[in-house]
Design a protein around this ligand. Structure first.
Ligand SMILES: C[S@@+](CC[C@H](N)C(=O)[O-])C[C@H]1O[C@@H](n2cnc3c(N)ncnc32)[C@H](O)[C@@H]1O
Length: 401
């Protein structure tokens, strides 16, 4: 299934498009990078000039959502609801419909090239445009690499005037580059209600436990887990969870509970579990007093980075805004690259990064780069010519400056 719209480019055209010329302003050559400029040419430059193809383990992006709005930032607040006339525009979100989809598609194709074989991408989007973006991502990353459509509870219920249900969620589309992404299987603590519901039993040492079947789906044809244990075979279509010798050992250690009619079950103690599997509805509300409009909850970013990257992995956010992803990556000992074209975003991101306390083990070091402007490019070109002894005509020099 493909989504068709006018002016959809060929992938080859996107992959061969022009790259940005980057100028190192400070911290030349450091691994962590903050880059100011349009991310399209910059991503191409990361591929071509910085040799980063296949090197990025995790991408999180929170692009504009095609809202047709301007997001303002003021001296005291970055609140999109109560902005004042003196506030400046931090960024505009005015690309709509097919233009927006193609804008995103171009970037996603380059991002796929940057991802390592065990890499993942999380794309944050809203419920109005998100389902079109899902089709684009299926096309770029392959539907087999689609992992989750995560519902994120973003705020408390509000009193909407529309004749519709209130909206408290957005979505995060999660894809991997291959079938074997980095996955740290994050756990969340059991709630009191879970404990009450699942761990009803208490043993002689006052330890709370639950029991699970000793067998699992699937028949073993030749192995021991299909054989009889204590005169009982696993039920049809199932196999023992472990070799009968292990089951025997568990029983000796009192880890198996026998029902009145002789059915064995394994005891699972709550004090030996480090929580339960995270499901696909997440609650990470955004900060009430953000540094930047549409700033995301840093715990959301820490959760994603903890789940889908290792220490030392390279994490990329090419719509980094106030740098939330970069801060989370820094805190979790990952390397990072952040890109944004808004000078307000870059100012806030720098401020937040430089405010991270330096300690013995971590110092926030990063290279700051900026896309060379057209007039800088022209000046450079003429400077090179002059070095080579080719002197441009006077009037041409004027037009350069
Ligand atoms: C929704 S905000 C990201 C907010 C960020 N997640 C945070 O926590 O602060 C989207 C950002 O994308 C940036 N942006 C939009 N188009 C861009 C482009 N073509 N290149 C680079 N940045 C872009 C905007 O300047 C804006 O800062």
């Amino acid at each position: 299934m493909l989504l068709y719209y006018p002016n959809k480019k060929q992938e080859s055209e996107i992959l061969n498009a022009g790259k940005a010329k980057l100028k190192a302003v400070s911290g030349k050559g450091l691994k962590n990078k903050l880059v100011q400029g349009d991310n399209l040419g910059i991503l191409k430059s990361l591929l071509d000039d910085y040799n980063l193809a296949g090197k990025v383990d995790l991408i999180y992006i929170d692009p504009p959502f095609a809202t047709n709005g301007h997001f303002k930032i003021g001296e005291e607040r970055a609140n999109t609801i109560s902005s004042s006339d003196d506030d400046q525009i931090a960024y505009s979100d005015i690309l709509l419909g097919a233009d927006f989809l193609e804008f995103l598609r171009e970037r996603l194709i380059l991002l796929r090239e940057l991802m390592s074989d065990c890499g993942s991408i999380y794309l944050h989007i809203d419920y109005k445009i998100g389902h079109y973006v899902k089709l684009i991502m299926d096309e770029i990353f392959g539907i087999k690499n689609f992992r989750n459509d995560i519902t994120r509870i973003k705020c408390n219920p509000k009193n909407f005037q529309r004749k519709a249900y209130g909206n408290t969620k957005d979505l995060i589309l999660f894809y991997s580059k291959s079938e074997n992404p980095i996955w740290n299987d994050p756990k969340v603590p059991f709630s009191d209600e879970d404990i009450e519901r699942l761990f009803k039993k208490v043993d002689k040492d006052s330890r709370k436990y639950a029991t699970i079947p000793l067998h699992a789906p699937g028949e073993t044809v030749n192995g021991n887990t299909g054989k009889e244990w204590r005169g009982v075979k696993p039920p049809k279509g199932r196999h023992w969870r472990s070799d009968p010798a292990v089951l025997e050992e568990w029983d000796k250690q009192g880890l198996i509970e026998w029902s009145a009619n002789g059915v064995p079950r394994k005891k699972i103690f709550i004090d030996e579990r480090n929580g339960k599997k995270m499901q696909d509805i997440w609650e990470f509300k955004d900060p009430q007093y953000p540094n930047y409009p549409t700033e995301k909850n840093i715990d959301l970013l820490k959760f994603i980075i903890g789940a889908s990257s290792h220490k030392g992995s390279l994490v990329l956010d090419c719509f980094c805004g106030s740098g939330t992803t970069l801060l989370a990556a820094q805190e979790l000992d990952r390397n990072w690259i952040g890109i944004d074209k808004s000078e307000h975003a870059i100012r806030v991101a720098k401020k937040r990064l430089l405010a991270i306390p330096v300690n013995l083990f971590s110092k926030v070091d990063f290279e700051f780069l900026r896309e060379t402007t057209d007039s800088e490019k022209r000046v450079e070109k003429y400077a090179t010519k002059i070095k080579m002894g080719i002197f441009p005509k006077k009037e041409k020099i004027h037009s350069v400056i």
